[in-house]
Design a protein around this ligand. Structure first.
Ligand SMILES: Cc1cc2nc3c(=O)[nH]c(=O)nc-3n(C[C@H](O)[C@H](O)[C@H](O)COP(=O)(O)OP(=O)(O)OC[C@H]3O[C@@H](n4cnc5c(N)ncnc54)[C@H](O)[C@@H]3O)c2cc1C
Length: 500
């Protein structure tokens, strides 16, 4: 067989962006307001990173790779503000959720409404003995959670820091979300209901930093959640088109593998599969660990790499993609989103965390995508957060066998809650942390960047050790569509300000 040789093209650009995920796309669009010669390089054939989808059966079925909720869409939402400021809000059409999720804890469903006022009322009705704790909790969401939500706006000079909140914020930084809930509430069910929502942050309440969690709860409860039709891919494709229409240069299926430095230690050239980019400025939205591997040795590299070693890769996930023969609603999937908390709880010993017990004990997310968007077909997805484990070591045949075995274990778990599903699955397949790595290049198959645990210090990532290089996105500030796009916007605005 004759292999096709790739001709490497030399191109001079003012700035190069690595990764056309949501961060890279919004960063690029915003930068083009003033910078003209900007290139975006993406390893995958499609734009979007985790905000992508794939089709099956001659495009009859479309599976979303991540979109559940896009937050920040209310009048006070930061994402809405970003879309308005880059002239995209009027071109986008969001659908909204009346209910955020149905959480199943010890035999009972808790239907969490779609806005913070109704959520507070609902939780007070369900847990009348917890009024005092709930009052404090919602106060914290609206103060500490809000302040952390406004962090990017603060860096832009658009939000004045409330210093009075800092002593308490510092105390809460030392706690996990679970410890924080336990300090306010006595009712285990309430603690489990609130803890379950951590799944949407790609974490577990017994590991997540309480302040980070409060920021998430502010955005999830208080800024209106919606979604786009046609899966997240339609949003990513739209953003890529905007980037191109505004004069940006895009190269897909083009992985960056090297960054050359000149004698002063400044960036001289960036090398990808298809290009040699001559540039002095690079914004990397991929993992900083990967960027370090692209760089030659330089003064300070080891120190930076040592700091990176203190950070832990976040969770990946195991997802089962299902097509049913009838409308999933007829099979009991009456809501869009469910989270099922195991009756035995999700606190695992290190041995349990490594064993297959984790697929029964960690929370199970079930999404009826057909209800969100019937055009996607009769599709349902089952997700359990997962970690690297031995997924990367298995030979192809063993990997496929193991994948099928876990897939069946998770489907069996779903039958307990949706018994009518049995006999109605006409197609199924699954993805693992290894799939995450394959499509987004994320080390360890992490789907949510680094873990943001109590006392973690990721602040050093805001200053890269190489002049002209910066990190942006999920790997520097946590996961989420809104977080990614607002970070992209904020970094671009700061960069334009510095240019002036
Ligand atoms: C199952 C799942 C469900 C989720 N659900 C939600 C949700 O409902 N709501 C929400 O807000 N968030 C959700 N998230 C999180 C959200 O999808 C991500 O945080 C966000 O999309 C990340 O965007 P990003 O641009 O920062 O990173 P990525 O999406 O990871 O983009 C980085 C891009 O860089 C590319 N890249 C990497 N290395 C290179 C290289 N060397 N050369 C070229 N390109 C490279 C990758 O291919 C990728 O496209 C979910 C995530 C998962 C996995």
């Amino acid at each position: 067989m004759i292999s096709k040789e790739v001709v490497v093209k030399t191109k001079e650009v003012d700035e190069l962006i690595i990764g056309a995920g949501l961060t890279g796309l919004i960063y690029g669009i915003t930068l083009l307001e003033k910078k003209k010669n900007v290139a975006l390089v993406e390893g995958h054939i499609y734009p979007g990173g985790y905000a992508t989808s794939f089709v099956r059966n001659k495009r009859k079925y479309r599976f979303d790779c991540s979109q559940h909720k896009i937050t920040g869409l209310s009048e006070n939402g930061n994402l809405r503000d970003v879309f308005k400021r880059i002239d995209l809000w009027d071109k986008l059409d969001f659908k909204y959720f009346d209910e955020l999720f149905s959480i199943h804890v010890q035999g009972e469903y808790y239907h969490i409404p779609g806005n913070i006022t109704d959520i507070e009322k609902y939780l007070n009705e369900k847990f009348p003995n917890e009024k005092e704790g709930l009052d404090k909790f919602f106060h914290d969401i609206n103060t500490i959670g809000y302040q952390n939500y406004m962090f990017a706006r603060m860096l832009l000079g658009e939000y004045q820091l409330n210093r009075d909140l800092l002593p308490e914020t510092r105390q809460l930084q030392k706690l996990t979300a679970k410890q924080y809930f336990q300090s306010y509430f006595n009712d285990d069910r309430l603690i489990e209901v609130l803890s379950a929502t951590a799944m949407y942050l790609g974490t577990h309440a017994n590991e997540a930093n309480a302040v980070y969690f409060l920021h998430y709860l502010y955005t999830a409860f208080g800024t209106r959640s919606g979604y786009v039709l046609g899966t997240a891919q339609s949003l990513s494709n739209f953003l890529l088109k905007e980037f191109k229409d505004r004069g940006g240069y895009v190269s897909l299926k083009d992985t960056v593998h090297g960054i050359d430095l000149d004698e002063q230690g400044d960036i001289a050239q960036v090398n990808s599969k298809k290009h040699s980019f001559i540039t002095k400025t690079v914004t990397a939205t991929c993992s900083p660990n990967n960027v370090m591997n692209m760089l030659p040795s330089f003064k300070g590299k080891e120190v930076f790499e040592n700091k990176l070693q203190d950070l832990e890769f976040g969770w990946g996930h195991f997802c089962v993609y299902i097509i049913t023969d009838v409308d999933p609603e007829e099979l009991g999937f009456t809501q869009e989103e469910y989270i099922f908390v195991s009756d035995e709880g999700d606190l695992l010993t290190p041995e349990e965390k490594e064993s297959d017990v984790r697929y029964d004990r960690l929370s199970l997310s079930v999404t009826n995508y057909h209800k969100m968007d019937p055009e996607c077909g009769k599709t349902v997805q089952l997700i359990v957060l997962d970690h690297k484990s031995d997924w990367f070591e298995l030979e192809e045949e063993d990997y496929l066998l193991r994948k099928e075995q876990i897939q069946e274990q998770i489907i069996k778990r779903a039958y307990k809650y949706f018994p009518k599903l049995e006999g109605h699955i006409v197609y199924k397949e699954s993805s693992t942390p290894r799939t995450n790595k394959k499509y987004t290049n994320s080390p360890g198959g992490s789907a949510f960047g680094y873990k943001i645990s109590p006392n973690d210090n990721m602040r050093f990532l805001s200053k890269s050790p190489v002049k002209g290089l910066k990190f942006a996105g999920t790997w520097t500030s946590g996961a989420g569509y809104e977080a990614a796009m607002c970070q992209g916007f904020m970094h671009a605005k700061l960069s334009l300000k510095n240019m002036n």
